[in-house]
Each structure stands twice: as C-alpha cells, then as structure tokens.
Ligand binder design. Structure first.
Ligand code: DAH
Length: 341
C-alpha cells in the first residue's frame, strides 16, 4: 500500500505549499477546514481510506496519517500566531490596522479668550491684581458712584438694559472700580475683565460683549504714569513699532479724560480702509480718576490720585485677526473658531 504512503507525502507537500500562500485569517480558516474538516476534510478521508488497507500495513499507515495530522495542526497554529503578530495581513477581516487612525478632534481657545488672556497677562506682569464683580448691578455702582447721576446726560452714551429702576445689566466694567475701592485701601493696581451689556446690535456691536478695565490708585499717581503704562501695554499687545496718541475726551468718572489711538495695525499708519485713511485706530478710553469718584467711595481726593482705563475685547480681537463681523464670535461655527489655535 505504498500508494497511500505516497498520497500522504503528496498531501503534506500540498499543505505546506498552500500554507505558505495563506495571507489572512480567513484563508487560514479555509485551509483548516480543507484539511481537518470533520465531514469532508482530507485527513478524515485518509482515515476512511485506511480502513480498506491490508491489516498488516494499517498500524504503519495509521501512524503516518497521525503524523500528517499533527504536522498540519502545528503548521496551522504556527501560521495563526504569525498572522496575529503581522498587522498588515489582517486586511481580510475588514480591519486594516495599517490605515491611519481617527484622531480625536482637539478643541481650541475661543479667540476672545485668547485676547482676554493676553490682555490680563500683560498687566499681571506689571503687578496688577485681577478683580471682578457682578454682571447684574445696581444703578449706584454702574452709574451714580461713577459720577453719572440720575439725570446726567452722559447716561445716553450707553443704551442700558434695565432689570428694574434700580437694577441694570452693567454697561461697562467700571462698576468693579467702585467695589474695589470700597473694599481696599490704596495703593493698588487692578485689572478687571468681564462681560457687559448694551441694547445695541449691528455688525460691530453685540448686546453682550467684553471689556477690560484698569485702575491704579495711590499717592502721586500722575497722567505721565497713565501714558507710560498704556504705551507699554499697547506695544506689548500690538508690537513694539506701535505708536500711541491721546485725544481729549470726556467720561464722567475721569478728569481729564482721553481717547487713546494706536497706529493702524493693518497699514502701520500709512492709511487704509480699516483706519479710514487716518493711520490711527481708536482703541480705549482712559483718564485720571475724577475726585468725585474718590469722594463717593470715601477716599480723600486731596491725598489720593489715580488713573483708569477701559477697552473692548471684541474690538481688539477684530483688529488683531481682521474680523469684520462681531457676530462671528457668538455663532459657534467651528469652521471659524478652529482657526485660532
Ligand atoms: N467705561 C467706559 C466705556 O464703557 C470705558 C472707560 C473709559 C473706562 C475711561 C475707564 C475710563 O475706566 O477711565 O465706554
């Protein structure tokens, strides 16, 4: 029955060749079924054939079939290990581990937060503390204590949301000045970021926006201190080539008051559409704290002096990033927001 022996050898050779060509787990499973399948596997057939072999040859042939079966099993499990550790060959399972992964989307800071943090950091480095107060405010803190008495015409400068006759949504961060001065003794320096509200909405105005207020109080604080501080601040914010100019202005809580301009950050001062060909951009309001305000918080205006300033965060962000519509900040469109990483 050397016939059967030759057949066994042939099967072994064919198996080894097929095994070498298997590329994935699916192919390996097919090969296993082909050789070891219980119903129609090749080895099962061999065992059936064995029954019709001459009796005296059966033990030897039986051993040969067993060795073949062991070799096939060993070959299959060796290949299985090899496939598992070889990532590139698992494509047949519908999973291709060599493909690039799906990266989690990373969030980013809102442009207003970026600018807000920049502003605060510049003043923190100059030793300013950060202070805040409520966005829902009494008429006293938002207006009266700042020199805006009930019938003061300057109240028209800010379109106010009234909660009641005596309670408003604060129209500026200047209310924090009053709280701070009531709580502290001079000297101190503080920067006060926060949300403010005005009944105003168009392409450059939003009913809710952000301001950063500054206040320095002590003895012998002069207009020169104000000028030097703002110049340093604006150079840090917009670059060291930035120039600053002060224009006389009016605020009920400062005297004298100034409107502060910087050289246009778009054209460097040559004149362009953004600065309406003037070369200058209005960036903040400032002044020496009005003695009336000191009186209102119980300070002695004869011994205490100080300066204050306030600026809009949206305005700075719009200029810095060249954004022409303020509503972009609040639309929550990720295509817009993810550009500021
Ligand atoms: N509160 C002013 C506004 O909202 C901005 C401002 C101007 C604040 C001058 C100040 C200041 O502290 O001194 O328009």
């Amino acid at each position: 029955m050397s016939d059967l022996k030759a057949q066994i050898q042939g099967i072994r050779d064919a198996f080894n060749q097929a095994l070498g060509q298997v590329e994935g787990l699916k192919g390996l499973e097919e090969l296993r079924n082909h050789y070891l399948g219980r119903k129609r596997g090749i080895i099962k057939d061999l065992l059936t054939d064995l029954r019709s072999a001459p009796k005296e040859l059966r033990p030897e042939l039986g051993q040969a079939v067993n060795r073949l079966k062991q070799a096939v099993e060993a070959g299959l499990s060796e290949k299985l290990e090899a496939l598992k550790s070889n990532v590139s060959s698992s494509k047949e399972d519908g999973i291709d581990l060599t493909l690039p992964g799906i990266a989690p989307e990373l969030g980013s800071l809102h442009p207003l937060n970026i600018v807000n943090r920049d502003l605060i950091r510049i003043f923190e480095r100059m030793g300013y503390e950060v202070a805040g107060a409520s966005e829902i405010e009494t008429d006293f803190y938002n207006f009266e204590a700042l020199g805006l008495t009930k019938d003061h015409p300057a109240r028209d400068m800010q379109d106010t949301f009234y909660v009641s006759d005596e309670v408003v949504l604060r129209t500026h961060t200047s209310n924090v000045q009053i709280h701070l001065m009531q709580e502290k003794k001079p000297p101190f320096k503080a920067i006060m970021p926060g949300r403010v509200y005005r009944k105003d909405a168009d392409i450059t105005h939003s009913p809710m926006f952000h301001q950063v207020e500054g206040l320095v109080v002590g003895e012998d604080i002069t207009f020169t201190d104000l000028k030097g501080t703002l110049e340093h601040f604006l150079k840090k914010l917009f670059g060291s080539d930035t120039k600053m100019r002060l224009r006389p202005s009016y605020f009920p809580f400062t005297e004298p008051s100034a409107e502060v301009d910087v050289t246009c950050i778009m054209c460097g001062g040559k004149g362009c559409r953004v600065c309406k060909n003037s070369g200058w951009l209005e960036i903040l309001g400032a002044g020496m704290v009005d003695p009336v305000v000191f009186q209102n918080v119980g300070y002695d205006p004869e011994t205490v002096s100080g300066f204050a300033f306030g600026l809009g965060v949206e305005r700075v962000a719009m200029l810095k990033y060249g954004i022409s519509d303020i509503r972009m900040f609040f639309d929550n469109d990720l295509r817009f927001l993810s550009q500021f990483n």
